[in-house]
Design a binder for this molecule. Structure first.
Ligand SMILES: Cc1cc2nc3c(=O)[nH]c(=O)nc-3n(C[C@H](O)[C@H](O)[C@H](O)COP(=O)(O)O)c2cc1C
Length: 356
C-alpha cells in the first residue's frame, strides 16, 4: 500500500504519482526565452519519475520578472521555445506545469549568482517596479502604486500568458500568489495600503487574484489551475493561515482546482521557524478548513516523510525543490525505498534498477 505513488486526478488529467517538482527559477533565460538548460533541467525530473514537473516562475510581462534572466510567456517567441521543453516532459510521462508570475515590488533584482544583491539599476538593464502601494521591500527600489488601468493590464497579461501556456502544451497552470510577489503583495496588509476596491478588507485584497482566476479560466478553461500561497508572512500584522484558507475557498469557488501551500517572502524582517516539513501544518489546515486539495512543500527530503504526509491526509501531494536538484531521479529512488512497483522506470535505465 502506498499513498505517494497512488495516481491523482486533476480535472481530466491524471498525475501518475504525488511526488512533484516545485517551481525553481534557473535565472538562465535570454529575453524571457527558455534555453537548452531549461530543457535538460526539466526533462531529467520526468525521467526521474516525477508525477508533475512545475516550471519556474515565468513572468506574464517584462516588468514582472524577478531578474532579467527569468523566463516569460508574454510573447509568442517564448511560447514557441517552451513547446519542445513541454513535449520532453510529457513524453517521459510527467504532467507539465508552469508557474505564472509577476514579481511586483520584488522585480528587477539581481539573480542570486550574479554576485550582486538588491535592485538592478535602470542603467544596468533594470526597470521601474509596480506594487499595490508605494512601499518598498527592505533594501529594494520603491515601487509605483498600480492604478486601475495598470491592474486591468496585469489581469489581461495573466490571461494571455495562460493562453500561451496551453498553446505550448502545458497541462497545469499555477498562479504565483506567494513569496512576496505581486499577488501576495495585494493579499497582505503589510504591503497593501490601498483605500480603493483592492485594499482594506480581505475580500478587497483578494480581488486581483480572483479576477486573474476568472481571466485564466476564460483563456484556459480546461487546464487544472493551481494557486501557490504563502500561508503566513511570519511577521506581526501579516497574513495568517486562516485568511489564506478563506481566499483558497473563494478561488476554488471561482474555478481554481488545487492549492500549493508555502510561506514567507513578503518582508525582510520575517521570523521563520524552519525545520523538516515546517510548512506541512499550513497545508493541512488549508485542506481541512477550505475543503480543497493541497500540496505541501518545504524541507520534504525523503521518501518515508513524503509518504507519511500523504498517508496521514495532511496533503494530497508533496512538492520538493532542492531534493530533486540533489537527485533528479528522486521518485525512482523513493519507489525503491518504499518498495513500490512502478511501471515507468525508464526502459533505458532498467539495468540500474535495484533488485528487491
Ligand atoms: C533554486 C530555487 C529556485 C526557486 N524558485 C522558485 C520559483 O520560481 N517559484 C516559487 O514559487 N518558489 C521557488 N523556489 C522555492 C521552491 O519552490 C520551494 O518552495 C522551496 O525550495 C522549499 O522546498 P525544498 O525545501 O524542497 O527545496 C525556489 C527554490 C530554489 C531552491
Amino acid at each position: 500500500m502506498t499513498s505517494l505513488f497512488t495516481p491523482i486526478a486533476l480535472r481530466a488529467l491524471t498525475a501518475r504519482n504525488r511526488l512533484w517538482v516545485a517551481p525553481m527559477c534557473q535565472y538562465s533565460a535570454v529575453d524571457g526565452v527558455p534555453q537548452e538548460w531549461h530543457h535538460s533541467h526539466l526533462a531529467q525530473f520526468a525521467s526521474g519519475g516525477a508525477g508533475l514537473v512545475m516550471a519556474e516562475a515565468t513572468s506574464v510581462s517584462p516588468e514582472g520578472r524577478i531578474s532579467p534572466e527569468d523566463t516569460g510567456l508574454w510573447n509568442d517567441r517564448q511560447g514557441d521555445a517552451w513547446t519542445p521543453i513541454v513535449a520532453a516532459i510529457r513524453s517521459r510521462g510527467s504532467l507539465a506545469g508552469v508557474q505564472l508570475a509577476h514579481a511586483g515590488r520584488k522585480a528587477s533584482t539581481w539573480s542570486p549568482f550574479s554576485g550582486r544583491r538588491g535592485s538592478v539599476p535602470l542603467e544596468d538593464g533594470g526597470w521601474p517596479t509596480v506594487a499595490p502601494s508605494a512601499v518598498a521591500f527592505d533594501g529594494y527600489a520603491e515601487p509605483a502604486a498600480l492604478d486601475t488601468a495598470g491592474i486591468d493590464a496585469v489581469v489581461a497579461d495573466f490571461g494571455a500568458a495562460a493562453q500561451r501556456a496551453v498553446d505550448a502544451g502545458f497541462d497545469v497552470i499555477e498562479l504565483h500568489a506567494a513569496h512576496g510577489y505581486l499577488l501576495h503583495e495585494f493579499l497582505s496588509p503589510l504591503s497593501n495600503r490601498r483605500e480603493d476596491a483592492y485594499g482594506g478588507s480581505l475580500a478587497n485584497r483578494a480581488r486581483l487574484l480572483l479576477r486573474i482566476v476568472d481571466a485564466v479560466r476564460t483563456t484556459a478553461p480546461d487546464a487544472p489551475l493551481f494557486v501557490r500561497f504563502s500561508a503566513s508572512d511570519w511577521a506581526e500584522g501579516g497574513l495568517d493561515v486562516d485568511e489564506i484558507a478563506t481566499v483558497a475557498r473563494w478561488a476554488s469557488d471561482r474555478g481554481a482546482d488545487f492549492f500549493d501551500i508555502s510561506s514567507g517572502g513578503l518582508v525582510a524582517h520575517q521570523q521563520i521557524a524552519v525545520g523538516p516539513g515546517y510548512q506541512v501544518a499550513f497545508a493541512e489546515r488549508v485542506r481541512r478548513e477550505a475543503g480543497v486539495p493541497v500540496s505541501a512543500v518545504g524541507l520534504i527530503t525523503d521518501a518515508a516523510q513524503a509518504e507519511s504526509i500523504v498517508a496521514a491526509g495532511e496533503a494530497d501531494a508533496v512538492m520538493a525543490g532542492r531534493e530533486w536538484l540533489r537527485d533528479p531521479h528522486f521518485a525512482l529512488r523513493a519507489s525503491t525505498e518504499l518498495g513500490v512497483e512502478i511501471d515507468y522506470w525508464p526502459a533505458q535505465y532498467l539495468r540500474a534498477r535495484p533488485q528487491g
